[in-house]
Ligand binder design. Structure first.
Ligand SMILES: *Cc1c(COP(=O)(O)O)cnc(C)c1O
Length: 613
């Protein structure tokens, strides 16, 4: 179920206490003065947030000449003396901290903390803060962990203390780049506070003395520093933190793991989405090699090296359009066999591209019937190509691929197949059946992400298709030339991150055990679903022998779709409305990163919906 923020982990000086973070600055200046070196305020502040001995070393590293270790230790010693003498004067609680903490606690949110101060320093600070009413539930100092910031170890202690398993349920709030880095390394949400921060480095009096524009400019510099550090949120003052919490909670809810039972986009594995995190440029050799490997691997799922895969930017329909327009000559007549919305979409493509065509339409709940097709092929000698959808996702009907291809081939016709929702789930032997081309996309049974589609076609056919396409961006021949002659280079900007995800998705496909394993899982999913719903009196509208194991259309009966949708959504399932005009239906896909146990949970959720009526 949806996660929520469970803890806010605050930094101390400059964030919750010590406006402007002044306590350490004087200490560092005194410390370095004691070894005969004058440092500026800016130098003293730059590494702020680190454990103080690390901070001392970081300042030393900025000096033009290296200084010996014992000198650094001497400077640190003097720093400590100065700090201990003035730390108690720098424990003022910052604006809005007390009421914000109270409001967070009211929401059940724990208050954690981390600091670059040592435990001995914190003893004084904790006591002073408590006197003023601020006492976090947990505090750990950098000297208690093997490494302080930017390492995430202090945050880990907070998470352990609060029993939090997912760092995304915690927010780190700080006033330095080191704070943000610590939070990012821990994978928490990160928030930078501008006013009273070390990064701003001004006293209240100095702030008051600035003109409005000067202050604006100074704040913009702080904002830029937090932004560069990668902060998730940047706030002026602590009173904005509650908005941040509710905004994050909204995102966590929205991003809650839901199972999409829709046939594309579908539920994908974490590894597939994670593969998108690298930015690549299109002409880079590594990227081109990945593109080539993706095309080769796709080809070998259904064909051999007599065929080539041509990737296209765009959803599945782009590939269907490129296939029809590219592989059917200007004067070639096409026969479309239509038993669903995706078949109709091909007619629209043909109309808009002014293709010469005939069509035979069938009942949407039935597979394409061989009889009328044979009759048409006998009667109309002008027909050059037969085009149809393999699995009609509109209803879930599976068309008789083998019979249709054999028939068309017996008459010497070209065969183009929309195998969008069957590729990588059904065994399609392109060379064995002599299929000329098929179209599919990244976001169906390959379980990749939306944004890429492809045509697998006989190389000879593509090579003789030059000039067929009336479209430039969807010209299959040009795209093929670009991708193959260019060694994996897309003609136009490629969706690089989606391609990397597709590379990973193909690896996952093979890892699972390829076609056999994927088919087995989908079949089982489908079986659990259909049998479970049948027990509830919810029936599939397609006869079992014509039914694919990809998606199923169910009779909605007297159930209300939007109610069913909302209830299932709150249970973590997204379902699909029906597309039949003749009766109220709903559809359930069982492809994607979903398993029989998910199907069983879905059946339970539906049965609860029915009982609750
Ligand atoms: C998904 C799908 C398409 C392509 O639809 P897009 O929305 O363009 O991705 C085409 N045909 C079938 C059978 C499909 O299932």
């Amino acid at each position: 179920m949806a996660k929520t923020i469970k803890a806010v982990i605050f930094d101390w000086a400059g964030t919750t206490v010590d406006y402007g973070c002044f306590a350490p600055v004087k200490g560092f200046i005194d410390g370095f003065k004691s070894i005969g070196i004058n440092i500026t305020n800016e130098m003293a502040r730059k590494p702020m947030g680190l454990l103080k001995i690390d901070h001392t070393r970081a300042i030393a590293a900025m000096l033009p000449e290296p200084i010996p270790e014992e000198q650094i230790l001497k400077a640190y010693e003097v720093f400590e003396t100065t700090l201990f003498s003035n730390i108690e004067q720098h424990c003022d609680i910052k604006d809005h901290v007390l009421e914000t903490v109270a409001a967070l606690r009211e929401q059940g949110i724990k208050i954690g903390s981390t600091t670059g101060y040592t435990s001995a320093m914190m003893e004084r600070v904790l006591q002073k803060a408590e006197e003023q009413g601020y006492a976090p539930d947990f505090c750990i100092s950098a000297d208690r962990v093997p490494k302080g910031r930017p390492y995430p170890y202090m945050i880990w202690h907070n998470l352990m203390h609060f029993g939090i398993s997912d760092a995304r349920e915690a927010i780190k709030v700080g006033d330095t780049a080191a704070d943000i880095a610590e939070g990012k390394h821990a994978d928490c949400w990160t928030v930078g506070v501008i006013m009273g921060s070390s990064e701003l480095g001004l006293t209240r009096e100095e702030v008051a003395a600035l003109s409005e524009n000067e202050l604006k400019d100074r704040k913009a510099l702080v904002r830029a520093a937090y932004y560069m550090a990668g902060a998730d949120y940047i706030i002026d003052d602590m009173n904005e933190l509650l908005h941040v919490v509710s905004d994050i909670n909204r995102k966590l809810d929205q991003n809650a793991a839901r199972k999409l039972l829709t046939p594309g986009p579908l539920t994908t594995r974490h590894s597939v989405k994670h593969a998108m995190l690298t930015d690549h440029c299109t002409w880079d050799d590594t990227y081109k090699a990945i593109t080539t490997s993706v095309m080769n691997d796709i080809t070998h799922i259904a064909a051999n090296d007599d065929y080539a895969t041509v990737l296209l930017q765009g959803s599945g329909s782009y590939a269907v359009e490129a296939m029809i327009n590219g592989l059917c000559g200007k004067n070639e007549k096409i026969l479309f066999l239509v038993n669903g919305e995706y078949g109709k979409r091909m007619l629209t493509i043909a109309d808009k591209s002014r293709k010469l065509y005939e069509q035979i339409s069938f009942d949407m709940t039935q597979p394409i019937d061989i009889g009328p097709v044979e009759k048409a092929l006998q009667e109309d000698k002008d027909i050059a190509a037969v085009v149809f959808v393999h699995c009609e996702t509109t209803t879930g009907v599976i068309n008789p691929l083998e019979e249709l291809v054999k028939l068309a081939k017996a008459y010497g016709k070209k065969v183009l197949v929309d195998a969008m929702s069957s590729f990588a789930a059904y065994d399609i032997d392109m060379p064995g059946l002599d299929i000329d081309a098929l179209a599919s996309s990244s976001n169906k049974c390959l379980e990749g992400l939306p944004g890429l589609s492809f045509v697998i076609a006989k190389k000879t056919l593509i090579e003789e298709s030059r000039g067929n396409s009336p479209s430039h961006s969807l010209d299959l021949y040009d795209q093929y030339q670009g991708l193959y002659a260019g060694g994996g280079k897309f003609r136009f900007t490629s969706p690089t991150n989606v391609l990397l995800a597709l590379r990973q998705a193909i690896d996952e496909y093979h890892k699972e055990g390829g076609l056999r394993a994927r088919r087995k899982r989908y079949r089982k999913n489908h079986q659990v679903l259909v049998q479970g719903l049948e027990k509830l009196g919810i029936r599939s509208i397609v006869a079992p022998e014509n039914q694919s194991y990809i998606i199923t259309t169910f009779d909605l009966g007297n159930l209300d779709f939007s109610k069913l949708y909302e209830t299932l959504k709150s249970n973590g399932f997204i379902i699909y409305p029906g597309k039949l005009t003749s009766m109220p239906t709903f559809r359930l896909g069982n492809i994607g990163d979903v398993y029989p146990k998910d199907m069983a949970a879905l059946v339970t959720a539906i049965s609860e919906c029915i009982c609750a009526r």
